[in-house]
Write a protein that binds this ligand. Structure first.
Ligand code: GLC
Length: 463
């Protein structure tokens, strides 16, 4: 490695390293911000009450449809809850055309309705004439809810930017597109993927305390008590008592938007400034799958501008924003430096030197490690807020499932914060693999909602 590339790499490494002390500082601030978020004044973290006011028992049964909108694909799912914490499901994926993410709202909702209509014809036959099928709509963006079947989009995240949706309830938009096609579906609940993950995982594993997503975005949900949420004071119906739970969709990707503690680098700042929503989702922009490949790309372009890498090579195709998704750093970390060489040749027609291969591979480790370490501050923050000493944090998403060592690194960082002094297998707070929140979770929530309605219980705020 040349002296200067080595020096640049060491500098990046130290900027991207998160020490135990920093983890402590961030976690402490997280606890304060979680409290602020549920206060009437609010804070950076929205802490959205979801009006999911029951714990799943595992005995729920019935057949439900769910759709999952929140990443690269739209997924439509048919779920049969069998009771005994068991379920069956079938699903189909419909890739969301890239221009649709920043296009027209009617196109998006018509696309969802058409996909659902096709799925129903496929699953139930062309001439299905039965009752309207209940649908749980998993909408994985921050939404303010006054009731379970209501959700006003607060801000688009993860690169979506469709005019005319922010500030509006998305449920009637979807229902109108479905009604235009006479699709026999009724949207009974609007769900965030994290809330779905919490509920689906708790349906199967009673020790679940959180539902977490480390995917295109990052976020988490947990159960608080409805009466412990100061901003709901005066809004709860009379059937709510001290023990009534309330799932909270934290939307903690927005943590530290006023930048008090996060160790943001110039690359993180650039990502934010070039995003459709600068000033938002600071935490998410350092952790989530939508951004990790971009961090690597910006570091390499910085080295290139200093004449440290890709000397005399045409790097035009690497100059395209988001030219590398997270599968790049994740696959490079999995397969090592030579794989980086092949990938850069095949994708960008850039020939790497052995030194460059090694630096890139090391950078991928550092980027992945930073994401894993930072991500546990939210988990530790929720545990401290709720005084959880043990339990399962059910996680899902491409970064959690596919970025090598993410889970191990996160567990190690949690141990630095909690100082358990035991074998990793015995850590009392464990990261577990979640059940399909957007499908099964949405179905369980739809079922819990139907039961509440039948029992005459509230499913939203007092009017
Ligand atoms: C973004 C969204 C949030 C979602 C998360 C994971 O943070 O705002 O609603 O839960 O991504 O998909």
């Amino acid at each position: 490695m040349t002296q200067t590339l080595q020096a640049a790499f060491e500098k990046t490494k130290s900027e991207l390293t998160v020490t135990t002390e920093k983890l402590e500082e961030i976690t402490n601030h997280f606890v304060e911000e979680l409290e602020k978020g549920i206060s009437p004044a609010g804070g950076n973290i929205p802490m959205n009450p979801t009006w999911v006011m029951d714990y799943p028992l595992g005995s729920e049964t019935g057949e439900y449809l769910a759709i999952d909108l929140g990443g690269t694909n739209l997924r439509v799912i048919r779920v049969t809850l069998q009771g005994d914490s068991k379920f069956k499901s079938v699903n189909e994926k419909y890739p969301i055309p890239v221009p649709m993410r920043t296009g027209n709202k009617d196109d998006l909702f018509d696309f969802i309705a058409k996909s659902l209509d096709d799925f129903i014809k496929h699953q139930y036959g062309e001439d299905y004439k039965g009752e309207k099928l209940p649908l749980g709509f998993t909408f994985s963006y921050p939404a303010h809810q006054n009731a379970i079947n209501h959700g006003v989009l607060q801000t688009w995240t993860k690169g979506f930017d469709i005019p005319g949706v922010e500030g509006h309830d998305v449920v009637p938009m979807l229902q109108a597109s479905l009604d235009k096609l006479n699709t026999p579906v009724e949207v009974v609940a609007l769900i965030n993927d994290t809330t779905g993950t919490l509920v689906a995982s708790k349906y199967c594993d009673t020790e679940t305390i959180m539902g977490l997503i480390f995917g295109t975005g990052c976020n988490g949900a947990y159960y608080d008590f409805a009466k412990n949420i100061p901003k709901l004071e005066g809004k709860l119906a009379s059937d709510i008592n001290d023990k009534t739970p309330m799932a909270i969709n934290c939307e903690y990707g927005a943590f530290d938007n006023d930048w008090k503690v996060l160790p943001r680098t110039k690359y993180d700042i650039q990502i934010d400034q070039e995003s459709p929503r600068p000033g938002q989702q600071f935490y998410e922009k350092m952790i989530a799958g939508y951004y990790l490949g971009e961090v690597l790309r910006l570091i390499l372009l910085d080295y290139y501008s200093q004449g440290l890498v890709f000397i005399n090579q045409d790097i035009k195709s690497l100059q395209v924003p988001f030219a590398m998704d997270t599968s790049f750093p994740s696959m490079i970390e999995e397969h090592g430096p030579e794989y980086a060489g092949r990938l850069f040749k095949d994708t960008f027609n850039i020939t790497l030197t052995k030194e460059e291969e090694k630096v890139i591979s090391d950078l991928c480790q550092i980027i992945g490690t930073r994401a894993a370490r930072l991500s546990v501050c939210s988990i530790a923050g929720i545990c401290r807020k709720m005084n959880y000493k043990s339990g399962h944090c059910a996680a899902d998403g491409s970064v959690f499932n596919r970025y090598p060592y993410f889970k191990e690194r996160a567990a190690a960082a949690l141990n630095e914060l909690f100082k358990w002094n035991t074998d990793p297998n015995d850590y009392p707070i464990k990261l577990t693999h979640a059940e399909d929140g957007s499908g099964v979770g949405a179905a369980v929530i739809a079922c819990l909602t139907e039961k509440r309605l039948l029992a005459g219980k509230s499913v939203g705020a007092k009017l």
